[in-house]
Structure formats: C-alpha cells, structure tokens
Design a protein around this ligand. Structure first.
Ligand SMILES: Cc1cc2nc3c(=O)[nH]c(=O)nc-3n(C[C@H](O)[C@H](O)[C@H](O)COP(=O)(O)OP(=O)(O)OC[C@H]3O[C@@H](n4cnc5c(N)ncnc54)[C@H](O)[C@@H]3O)c2cc1C
Length: 955
C-alpha cells in the first residue's frame, strides 16, 4: 500500500487549515476547499482507483499558481504533494494523489492570445478542447488532436498525457501540435519555453541536457518507431541536436510529475473543407481487422474498428439508425464495422476516393456492404457511436463492470491480428467477456474486460491480465500506453525503457522536482517508492446493503456529465459553477462516501452528511443525468433518498414544506380560482418570507372554461369515448398556473381532428420526491398510478401536457411500482398518428417561423423531441425553427428559490437568452421554461400546440 494514505474521513489536520489561511494571506485569489464533498469528488477519475486528497485549490491565474507554490514551499508545508487536475478524465489514476490537488478546470479556462495569421493560440491549461475549437471556429482553424472526451478534457490534461485520437496518423498527437509552455516549479518559480531562461534555471537546464545525452540513445533503442510514438520524458525530441535543448518537450506526457503547466502555445490547423465517412460492415471482427491494412492504402484520415459487442450496444442505443437495415443487422447477427473518414478540399476528389474505397471494400473477405455519410449531422451521429463506445461498454453486468487498465495498447499495424489473437487468449483464459474498438490505422485497440474489483479473486485477475498484456504488447513491438497515458501503469516504465533511459528520467525528475512533490509515486521516482498497480485502494463498485443508493456506487468517473456544451442539458449546476462538487459525478461520490461512512459508523458521519447535503442542495432536479449518464446515475433519485435519511436527524427548512404545500393545494386553488387570485398578493408576501420569489400567478381561466370536456379520473368510466378520443392529463402546475397551455394542447388536438377529454388526476407528487418526503411521495405516486391504471382501461391514448410530469411517470414512479401505464408526450402522440397516416388538415399561411425549444429533461430523456416536433410542424406546412438549448435555470421550484438566483440566472443567460434575442415570441414545451422566459426576458413563450391551433385556424 502507498504510504500514509489517510483514512477516507479523517478530520482535516490543523496544518492544512494553516495552509489554507496562509494562501489567502499571501493573496491567492482562487478557491480553496477541503470539505468532504470536494475531497470525495477529487478522489476518483475514470480509473479503478480511489485516493482522497487533503485539500483542493483552484487558482484563478498563473500568478495564483506562483503564490500557491511559494506558500507550499514554506517548511511547514513542504511535505505536501502537489498534483494538477484538469477534467479528471484520466483512465489510470493520473490526477489522483493525496496532499494538494490543483484544479485547473474551474477558473483557468481562457484563451490568452490568438494569432490566426501565424496559426497559433496561447491558452490557459483548464480550457476544454471543444470550448477551444468553438471559440476559434471563426478563423477556419482548429486544434487537431481529437479525444473521445473532447467535451470535457482540458488542454492541460491533453498536454500532460499527450492525448490523441481519431486522425492522429495525419494530424499527430498533442505533442506534435504543441509549440511551447510555461511551467511553475517549487518556490513559485516559472520557466517559459518561449522566452530566454531565467538565471536561476541555468544549472537545472544543464543537468537536464546532460541527462538527455545520457539516456537518449537507450530510449531510442528501446521504443518502437511507430506513429503513436512513446512520449513523456521524451529525451529524443527534447535534445534534437547536441547543441539544442527543448526542455519543455519533456513535460509532454509527463502527467504533472515535473511541474504545473500554466500556459500552453498550440499549433492550429486549417479545417478541411469537406468530409466523408464510409462505414463498411463485415461478418466478423477478424474480417474487419484484416481489412485494416488494405484499406490503409486508400490513405484515409482515420480507420476505426468496432466489434460486434459494441455494435449491438450501439444499435440498441439507436445510434446506428441512419445505416441501411442490412448493415445494422438484427437479433444476434454478429456484425463488425470499419469507420473510414476522408477529408479534403475538393468534393469531386473526395467522391472519387469514396467510390474507389467502396468498390475495393466489396471485394474484401467477409464484407457485407458499405454506407457513405455525406452530411455533417449524419456523420456526427455515426461518429458519436465511437465516442459513446466507452460509455456503452460501461454498462454493468451484475457486479462486474468493464474496467480500464489494458485499454489502449498500440502495436505496429502489421502485428495487429496476431496481437488480438494473443489478447483474446489471455482474456478467454480467465473466462472473461469483453468488447473491442479502436483506431486500427495506428494499431491502437481499446479493450475493457469486465471485473468486480470489490472481489479479491478479480483483483488478482486484474494484476495477472495487466502483466500478461504488458508482456504481449512488448513482444509485438508495441506500446502499452498508446493513448490514455500511464498513471499508475507507469509502474511498468523502468522495465519498458530499460535501466539507462530510466536513470536519465530520474535525473530529469530530480532536476525539475528535487523534493518529489509533483504527482509523487507516478511514472518516475527517485527516492520514493513507486506506486504499483494494486497498491492503491480500488473504488468500491457495488453497494453493500444500501437499497436505493446502488447507483452512487456505479459512477465510473467517465465524466460525460461534465460536458461544457451549452446546448446539452447535463449538468446545469456544474455548467453554472464549474465546481465538481456540483456535478452528477461529484454528488454521486459524496453520497457514496456518506453511505460508506454510515456503514462504518464513522465518527465524522455528521460532517460528511452536512457536506453531502450542501453538494445536493444545488441540484436542479432536471434528471438529465438519469438518462445521459452512461451508468444511469440519477442524482435526483439519490438526493430524494438522501434527504429522507438526512431529515430523520435534521429539521426541515420551512421552504420544503411550502414547496410540497403548493403542489398539494393546487386542486383546491383551482377550485377556488377567483378567490385564490384575489389572495395572490398576500401569498406572494408569504412566499417571499419563505425565500420563494416570482411565483407564477394563478391562471384566470379554469380547466372547465377551456371549451373542452373535463372529467375527473374517477368518472372516466361514465364518459363516452370513441376512436378519436384522446385523454389529456393535467398536472398540478399547468392546471393551476398555465391553463392557457392546457387549452392550447386541447385546441391543437381538436384542430387536427381528435376529441380531447381533459382528465384531472389526484394531487401530484413531484415536490415530495424532490424534497425527499419519501412516504408522502410513495403514497401520492401510488394514487396517481392507480388513477392511470383505471384510465388505461379505456384503451384511449393518454398524453400529458407537461413533459416534466410525463417523464416523471417514466422515471421516479418506477421507484414505487415496477410497471406504470404509458403516458405519451404531446409530440410522441402526434408523431405516432402521423406515421399511422391520420388525415390532417394543412395550414395555408403562417406568420413567420418561431423558434421551438424543448424542456431539458425532455431533451435528455426523450432525445427525439425536437425532431418529432419538427416533423409534425412540417407535415402541417407550418414553419418552425427547432432550437437546441440546455437548462433554462428554472427546473420546477429551483428558479423561484431566492438563494438559487445566481445559478438560475447564469444558466438562463448562457443557454436560453441568446436564443431569445430579437424574438417576440417562441414556442417552449415546458411549463418551467415558459415561466422562466416570462420572468427573465421580454419574449413571450407559448406551448407549441398554440402555434398549431392558430396555424390551422388561419389555414
Ligand atoms: C470515456 C473516455 C474516453 C477517452 N478517450 C480518449 C481518447 O480518445 N484519446 C485520448 O488521448 N485520451 C482519451 N481518454 C483519456 C483522457 O480523456 C485523456 O487522457 C485526457 O487528455 C485527460 O485530460 P483531463 O483534462 O481530463 O486531464 P486529467 O485526467 O485531469 O489529468 C491528466 C494528467 O494531466 C495532468 N495535468 C492536468 N493539468 C495539468 C497542468 N496544468 N499541469 C501539469 N499537469 C497537468 C494531471 O496531473 C494528470 O496526471 C479517454 C478517457 C475517457 C474517460
């Protein structure tokens, strides 16, 4: 075991409190955190390990980093390890350590200088790859290295792992696209590769030059000459000639073991004008693999392979829908794919390449057929399969789950087939199943065998497989760490590079980091013991006797919840704060730690509970995580259960009771509508006293004044129905505060020729779920499920007005009952009827094409929503502009809580406000979203059915 790993929940020692205070006193402007939730969030990455740091600092600038390292150099703090962290997407524990974690992804995320004419950009290390490419898109240039984690990995992390991905044979790895960097060392001293070295650095650089000279030839002799070359401590490129030293190249791939990188200059590449993606299907993985070499002769940008296991998962996740049926396969058909991408400036030349490839591919053994994606959206969708592959493979099979540890070997392309045979034999020898995919143009294969690392026998298997695959890879002239960096697997480094090169590495480590403080124990150690691959605690993957909390143990750190894209719903609170504690990953880890502490009767349980409560409090409850997370970790579900347990010992705030009361009283308010409306100002004053603001006004018209039949759910048996009848289900919020939307849905349905009957249901259970009043939730949900079951007996379709309500019946209600009657979203019903060929009228004229946005919960749980609305509008001849957005910042009551205003507003401004600019009116499917638009903008938001009803009326 690594020395001096503190137990998970030990109290913060006084020295760390002193360190935090000293930082502030020295002028450190960033954030310092040492609460349990922050430490739990930073204790894991996408690896199998868990190592809790002591304190997390998030610098705001390079000057902050210098202050940090100057303070850390004081004798009282000199023993603390210092480890940089970017997106935390490392697959091998790269960013895990005890001591201080320097979190760059929170604040150091800017572009410092862009020079498009010369084709370079200076960036801070915490900038995310997709963010960078988005910000420079207008120049026609891009940063070419491409990772599957491009929406969440940082440039600092990419530089430090020498990341690469699709297209690396042509564009190179990150190290081939870096031009220089600044690094801060102990004492807060910074050395800049693009400036002459300071006087203090001269003797250090002399030592480094000598070390390079001593080890360079040995490294060259022991590492293969392949396109995915060996990097990290790259003595070869750091010393290109006897009189030249490019010291900064040693840091590329050094995984933070040499210092903290604070600025990076990157080379930019012109974006190709045109792309084509050809998918060739084969009847076996062996046939697809063997096809790699002949297809390489066509000189594509990239060739990626996907085996039948990944293919089936992708097909079931509906990612392959655009492929012709014959290529998609069905049932148990075992199909493997090659994805082949061409880029170029001239379309004709590209088409020629594609035609030649397709003709040649048809003659290859085992080829079934080919498909060429020509438009950007089609190829992006197909490529998303590749990016999603790790996530798809992350789906659990019982207690075992696919784990990263031998997942990115690279061998010369000509050795691939033999290498795969050997790999297969090793895994089959252990009776393991696995999926396989990768970049075969550069000989890189991704394999994640499924293991249960809570189990000692599987831990032994882990070590045995790792050793065997390392040896196999070396035998085939390959590199064990071909893409994802080394991390804890750096333990194999001395054997791989040999004693002479490793001794040179040690001299370099000593020159940069004489006290071995930077990411200690990894890659290269001098006086410390290196961390071996089974030395660290494994992250517990399965809950023991913790019903309802299992998912907290299933988070595998894949970090797909940390995407920065403004139009992807997951995760609003993380997007607004960039604080890992306020992300699904951070919250799952906090809940897991709290459960483990409960289980262990930890003396620090109270503090852990308090920190977990704080982490969960800012969750908006949109449940985008529940659908978008590859491991399906739903934070709202965990939060609901956590709050229930937490409040057995802590008094609930009054606002929780108020939130539940609003929903419970909705039917009464609806019944007493005129009186309730008169009392609205008084209710507003009371709400403000409880910390609630801008509550919506009670609608003027009641359900019975909308001009459509209304029935209580208990009366439905007595109501006449026919084949045109559609049951429209109200929910507490729209029925009380937005009857215009309910009316619009019914008017639209009627205009299309259906007979809507508005059905009132027993009181809703959403607020009880959100606030963790589990018994109340179970009671209310059960009553609603009973009502739905009765309604289902009519045989008529049921649609819900508000997506949040409909989707709750598909997610939260399952916590109460295994099967719940299916309620359709409005557009799902319409799309079904359109497909069934119902005769719909056509709109003759339309006033403009309004933007149409869907609720963020809907965008993740029912991702076809925008497309379905678009198809419905198109069928009616009504123009509309479907507009992808993220969360609007309302999410039920969240946006009405006074204390959440900053986050709520930030989210609205980031995602919705730009889409509303200049729009007098838009269409929005969610009640919350319409409320937020009304509250924070000058735009009017209507339900999409209002446009359909109006369009057909005028038509
Ligand atoms: C699902 C999945 C798919 C992946 N696909 C790919 C892929 O296609 N290609 C690929 O190359 N990798 C891939 N990876 C691995 C990972 O995304 C890359 O290694 C990525 O470059 C890590 O970036 P990060 O910002 O998350 O860094 P982190 O994981 O936070 O850190 C990585 C290392 O960089 C160091 N570091 C970070 N910032 C600094 C800094 N400022 N100064 C000094 N050191 C620093 C850290 O100490 C750590 O050692 C994948 C990972 C996952 C989970």
């Amino acid at each position: 075991m690594i020395q001096s790993v503190r137990p998970l929940t030990a109290p913060l020692p006084a020295e760390l409190a002193n360190f935090a205070a000293a930082l502030v006193e020295a002028g450190f402007a960033g954030d310092v955190a040492s609460d349990h939730a922050a430490r739990a969030a930073m204790a894991t990455d996408n690896s199998v390990y868990e190592l809790e740091p002591d304190i997390i600092v998030a610098p705001k600038s390079a000057a902050d980093v210098e202050i940090l390292m100057a303070v850390a150099d004081r004798p009282a703090f000199r023993h603390l390890a210092v480890t940089a962290r970017g997106g935390g997407t490392g697959t091998n524990g790269q960013s895990l350590n005890r001591g201080i974690i320097v979190n760059f992804q929170r604040f150091m995320t800017g572009i410092l200088e862009l020079n498009a004419a010369e084709g370079w950009v200076d960036v801070e290390p915490g900038l995310v790859l997709d963010e960078l490419n988005g910000l420079i898109a207008h120049t026609g240039l891009f940063f070419a290295p491409n990772t599957s984690t491009s929406n969440r990995c940082t440039i600092g992390g990419m530089i430090s792992t020498d990341a690469s991905g699709k297209g690396s044979r042509v564009y190179g790895k990150t190290s081939d696209n870096a031009l220089g960097l600044d690094v801060t060392l102990s004492g807060g001293r910074t050395i800049r590769s693009l400036e002459p070295p300071p006087a203090w650095a001269q003797s250090m650089l002399d030592d480094i030059a000598d070390a390079c000279d001593a080890g360079r030839q040995a490294l060259i002799d022991n590492t293969p000459r392949i396109s995915r070359r060996f990097t990290g401590y790259d003595l070869e490129r750091a010393r290109p000639a006897p009189d030249r030293l490019e010291w900064w190249r040693l840091l590329l791939g050094a995984e933070g073991t040499l210092g903290l990188v604070t600025k990076i200059r990157l080379k930019l590449t012109p974006k190709p004008a045109h792309k084509r993606l050809v998918v060739v299907a084969f009847d076996s993985f062996g046939a697809a693999l063997a096809a790699g070499e002949p297809i390489l002769a066509h000189a594509p940008l990239a060739i990626e392979i996907m085996d039948d296991w990944v293919q089936r998962l992708a097909r079931d996740a509906r990612l392959m829908d655009s492929l012709p049926l014959a290529l998609r396969g069905h049932g148990e058909a075992r199909i493997s794919y090659l994805f082949i991408e061409f880029v170029g400036e001239a379309e004709d030349a590209l088409e020629d390449l594609v035609a030649r490839l397709i003709a040649d591919a048809a003659r290859l053994p085992g080829a079934i057929g080919s498909y060429c994606a020509r438009d950007e959206a089609d190829s992006a969708k197909l490529w998303s399969t590749r990016a999603a592959a790790v996530g798809l493979l992350g789906k659990r099979e019982g207690a075992r789950r696919p784990v990263a540890f031998v997942e990115d070997c690279v061998v010369p392309v000509e050795n691939l087939v033999a290498f795969v045979d050997g790999f297969d034999a090793i895994l089959k020898g252990h009776g393991l199943r696995y999926g396989i995919y990768g970049h075969i143009d550069v000989g890189c294969l991704h394999v994640r065998p499924a293991l249960d690392l809570d189990d000692r026998a599987d831990q032994a298997t882990f070590q045995a497989i790792s050793d065997a695959v390392y040896a196999l890879c070396k035998r085939h002239g390959g590199i064990f760490w071909g893409e994802h960096g080394k991390g804890i697997r750096g333990a194999y480094l001395p054997d791989y590079v040999g004693p002479v090169a490793y001794a040179a590495f040690q001299r370099i480590k000593h020159a940069f980091d004489p006290l071995e403080r930077f990411n200690p124990g990894k890659l290269v150690t001098v006086s410390r013991r290196p961390i071996g691959i089974v030395d660290l605690p494994f992250r517990q993957g399965n809950a023991v006797d913790a019903p309802g909390f299992e998912k907290a143990f299933h988070c595998n750190g894949n970090a797909s919840c940390l995407t920065y894209s403004k139009t992807v719903p997951i995760c609003p609170s993380f997007k607004a704060t960039r604080d890992l504690r306020q992300s699904p990953k951070g919250r799952a880890e906090a809940v897991r730690k709290w459960r483990q502490a409960q289980e262990a009767n930890d003396p620090d349980l109270a503090a852990i509970g308090r920190d977990t409560y704080a982490a969960l409090d800012s969750c908006l409850g949109c449940n985008a995580c529940g659908s978008a997370c590859p491991a399906h970790v739903s934070v709202p579900a965990l939060k609901s259960r956590f709050l229930a347990a937490y409040h057995t010992g802590h008094r609930r705030p009054l606002r929780d009771h108020a939130a539940v009361a609003v929903e419970a009283m909705a039917p009464m308010l609806a019944a007493l509508r005129p009186l309730a409306r008169r009392l609205t100002p008084m209710a507003g004053v009371m709400a403000r006293a409880l910390g609630l603001i801008d509550l919506p006004a009670i609608s003027e018209r009641g359900l019975r004044q909308l001009g459509h039949p209304v029935a209580r759910h208990t009366e439905i048996g007595t109501v006449a129905t026919d084949e045109k009848t559609v049951l429209v289900l109200e929910d507490a919020f729209t029925a009380t505060f937005d009857t215009a939307a309910v009316g619009a849905v019914c008017d639209g349905l009627a205009a299309l020729g259906y007979r809507p009957i508005l059905v009132t249901l027993p009181p809703g259970s959403k607020a009880a779920h959100v606030k963790g009043m589990r018994k109340r939730f179970a009671r209310l949900a059960a009553r609603q499920i009973d009502a739905l079951t009765e309604l289902e007996k009519t045989g008529r379709p049921m649609i819900g007005v508000d997506p949040a309500f409909v989707l709750m019946t598909r997610a939260e209600f399952r916590e109460v009952a295994p099967s719940v009657p299916k309620i359709l979203l409005v557009q799902e019903f319409l799309r079904q009827r359109l497909a069934a060929g119902d005769p719909w009228p056509k709109a003759l004229a339309a006033a403009g094409a309004p933007r149409l946005m869907v609720h963020c919960t809907e965008a993740s749980a029912a991702p076809q929503a925008l497309r379905q609305w678009q198809e419905v509008f198109a069928a009616l001849g009504l123009p509309v502009r479907p507009t992808p957005t993220g969360c609007c910042g309302m999410a039920g009551l969240f946006g009405h809580e006074q204390r959440q205003q900053t986050v709520s507003r930030t989210l609205f401004d980031a995602s919705w406000a730009p889409a509303l600019a200049g729009e007098a009116a838009v269409l929005a499917s969610g009640f919350s979203c319409r409320c937020q638009v009304e509250r924070l903008s000058e735009t009017t938001a209507l339900h999409p059915m209002a446009a359909i009803a109006a369009g057909l009326k005028t038509g």
